[in-house]
Ligand binder design. Structure first.
Ligand SMILES: Cc1cc2nc3c(=O)[nH]c(=O)nc-3n(C[C@H](O)[C@H](O)[C@H](O)COP(=O)(O)OP(=O)(O)OC[C@H]3O[C@@H](n4cnc5c(N)ncnc54)[C@H](O)[C@@H]3O)c2cc1C
Length: 402
């Protein structure tokens, strides 16, 4: 293939990895990121399965210089009288690395080759194909022409809109309240909660997952919690349309509702962890499901959340985006014709997106909307329940084809 010009719309995790992928295939790349705020300040956690990490390290998308925290066990606990950290009903393996979203993004951004132009404050309002190229229209009205366009612009993707106009994300019926606090603010004693544990507290209608991540900039240690529950009746219409929802905004009513659930269902230690979190370090995310009908069409291709959105219960949103990029690079290098490369990429990655979204639906039911009677469960019940919900593979991502 002769040197092609490529626009990557979105400069988050998928966008950085996508820019790396396409530039490694020999193309000239411009990244358009609409945000002007520092993406490295988005400081919540995400997890990467150890096996998936190893594949992506080999593919050159992750490396040991990126700050991470080791996780190993996932105890499931329930409230039990005054027991400070609750009663453990069972333990599942948790062979994951946890990352600080902001520092992971910063590391990925730093690995984009200097020849790639990364523009901030550059909002793409529309893309359209025209004879022999693709036109990217910016919010300021200017237009630029590229050989093809990579949509790494998240769940409200304008690139996906140009490909498949009516493929919206579907509200999953529950929310994740999220928060972080410095490890030093944990209520004592310091060994109440071992560092390698991703604690899960189950309650009727939801659960909370709490684990440590690297601190801001990869320095120190931060505690990250994700509290899943169905919001109060009558709020569904507020979250139904991802195009109109105000992402990350936590109303006072939603905050109050979460704290009522916390007081009712969490053991004292975990109540304190959530109550100690500063309001400015909390936000709320509605959960959505979506798979695009194809990952490539004409001169347009999708990566990451623009291509498919799975609930974070799958522990694989970032893995999926990074794998998409690695697969795109492989396809571009393996085929002489771009169209064949993009078709091969779509054929490889769309089934993975579908399977991940389906796993998210099952885990959402098992852990939030149709929770079991945690109080009566023991280790073998927990193992059986997990196997029914998660199966034997897919939690933390599917293996990357090499
Ligand atoms: C704070 C945070 C925490 C997360 N935690 C978890 C987790 O714990 N577990 C998990 O599995 N997943 C998690 N995720 C999701 C996971 O990070 C994503 O699935 C993965 O990183 C892929 O995201 P993305 O880059 O495709 O989309 P996004 O992160 O949504 O990035 C899209 C980017 O495109 C830009 N953009 C959008 N539209 C335009 C436009 N028109 N023009 C220009 N730029 C545009 C946006 O500003 C944004 O930077 C989290 C995401 C965030 C943001």
């Amino acid at each position: 293939m002769s040197t092609e010009s490529v626009a990557v719309v979105g400069g988050s995790i998928a966008g950085c990895a996508g820019a790396l992928a396409v530039s490694r295939s020999g193309a000239e790349v411009v990244v358009f990121e609409r945000s002007t705020v520092r993406l490295q300040d988005r400081g919540v956690g995400l997890t990467l399965h150890n096996d998936r990490y190893a594949e992506l390290e080999e593919a050159g998308y992750l490396d040991s210089g990126m700050p991470w925290h080791r996780l190993a066990r996932r105890p499931w606990v329930v409230r039990d009288g005054a027991a400070r950290t609750g009663r453990e009903i069972g333990v599942l393996p948790m062979p994951f690395r946890s990352y600080n979203w902001g520092s992971l993004w910063e590391e990925l951004r730093g690995r984009i080759p200097s020849g790639v132009e990364y523009r901030t404050g550059a909002q793409v309002s529309r893309v359209r194909e025209s004879a022999g190229g693709t036109v990217v229209q910016l919010a300021d009205g200017t237009e630029e022409r590229y050989d093809f366009v990579v949509g790494a612009d998240g769940y409200r993707s304008v690139v996906r809109d140009a490909m498949y106009p009516r493929t919206g994300a579907e509200y999953a019926g529950f929310l994740a309240w999220r928060g972080t606090l410095p490890e030093g603010m944990l209520p004592g004693p310091p060994d109440a909660w071992p560092g390698e544990e991703a604690a899960s507290v189950g309650f009727p209608g939801g659960h909370v997952l709490i684990y440590r991540i690297p601190g801001p900039g990869g320095v120190g240690t931060t505690v990250n919690w994700v509290f899943y529950a169905v919001p109060p009746a009558g709020t569904a219409s507020r979250f139904a349309d991802p195009q109109t929802v105000q992402p990350r905004i936590m109303s006072d009513a939603l905050k109050r509702y979460q704290l009522e659930l916390v007081d009712e269902h969490l053991p004292p230690f975990w109540q304190e962890v959530i109550r100690l979190t500063r309001p400015e370090d909390t936000f709320v995310q509605p959960m959505y499901d979506m798979v695009a009908p194809g990952y490539a069409l004409g001169r347009l291709v999708l990566l990451g959340d623009a291509a498919s959105i799975a609930r974070p219960n799958t522990g694989s949103g970032a893995i999926k985006a990074l794998q998409d990029a690695a697969a795109l690079e492989r396809a571009l290098l393996a085929h002489d014709a771009r169209q064949e490369a993009l078709a091969a990429y779509s054929a490889e990655r769309m089934p993975v997106g579908r399977a991940t979204v389906e796993l998210g639906r099952r885990l959402g039911r098992a852990q939030v909307t149709e929770t079991p009677d945690w109080q009566t469960m023991d280790q073998s019940d927990v193992e059986r329940w997990w196997l029914e919900a998660a199966g034997t593979q897919g939690f933390g991502g599917h293996a990357l084809r090499r």
